[in-house]
Design a protein around this ligand. Sequence first.
Ligand code: SF4
Ligand code: SF4
Ligand code: FES
Length: 257
Amino acid sequence: MADSYILKIFRGHPTHQYWEEFELEMVPSANIISSLMEIQRRPINRLGEKVAPVVWESGCLEEVCGSCSMLINGYPRQACTALIEQMINTTGQNTIRLAPLTKFPLVRDLIVDRSRMFEDLKRIHAWIDVGETSSNSQPGPKIYPEKQKVMYQLSTCMTCGCCLEACPQVNAHSAFIGPAAISQARLFNANPVGYTQRSLRLRPLMEEGGVSDCGNSQNCVQVCPKNIPLADSIAAVGRDVTFQALNDLFSFPDREE
Ligand code: SF4
Ligand code: SF4
Ligand code: FES
C-alpha cells in the first residue's frame, strides 16, 4: 500500500472552476468522503497553500440518499462507497480525480443542484393519492410476488442523477426528462391503486422531452448503482404511453401491466 495519494479536485463556482490537488496520507478503508473530511480539517493544497475547504454534499454514507454523487475518475458514482485503496489498485495510479456532475447547475466545488429531478417527479405524479383509503383499515389490493420483486427494485432509486449524467439525450439543448422519472412512472403505475391515476403520469411523458426522446443508448443502465432495469422501464412506459394516446383518442377499455 502506498504511503500517500492525491485527490485532484475540479472545484470553484459557476463562473470559475479550476483543478486543485491535495496530498493525503493513505488510511486503511478510507473512502472519498473521509478523504474530503480530512481536507476539510486541514485545507492545505499540494503547493502548501492554505485554501478554502472543499465543499461537497453527503447524507446517509451508505449509498441510499444519492446526495454524494460526483464524477470519480470521470465516472458518475457515489463518493461514500468509493474506496481509495480499491480505486488506486484498479487504475494503478495514485491520483484520483473528483469533479461535480455536469448535467446539473453547479453550486460550488462538488455540490450541484439536483432540483430538476425532484421537479420532474412532481411533474409525473410520482406518488399515490390514498384519499379516503388512508383511514381504511382494510388490506390494500394484492400484488403478486413476481411483480413485487420488480417494484421493489424500481423503488430503490435514490434520485442520485448518475443516469442523467450518463445519458446523451440529457443536455442543455434538450428537454428530455431522463430515465429516472420514467422508471418511477412505471413503479407507481404498477401499483393497483396507482394504476387508476396512470394517465397523470403518462400524459406528461407524451409531451416534448417525454419517453420518445430516449435514444436507446442504454448508458443509463450501465451506471445505475442500484441496477435498476431502466431500459425495461423505458420500453414498458413507451408502450403505456402509446396505449394512453390511443385511449385518449378512441377511449379504449383499460388494461393493467
Ligand atoms: S437509454 Fe435512453 S435514457 Fe438511457 S442513456 Fe440512453 S438515451 Fe438516455
Ligand atoms: S435510476 Fe439509478 S442512476 Fe438513476 S437516479 Fe435512480 S438510482 Fe440513480
Ligand atoms: S452519502 Fe448517501 S449515497 Fe453517499
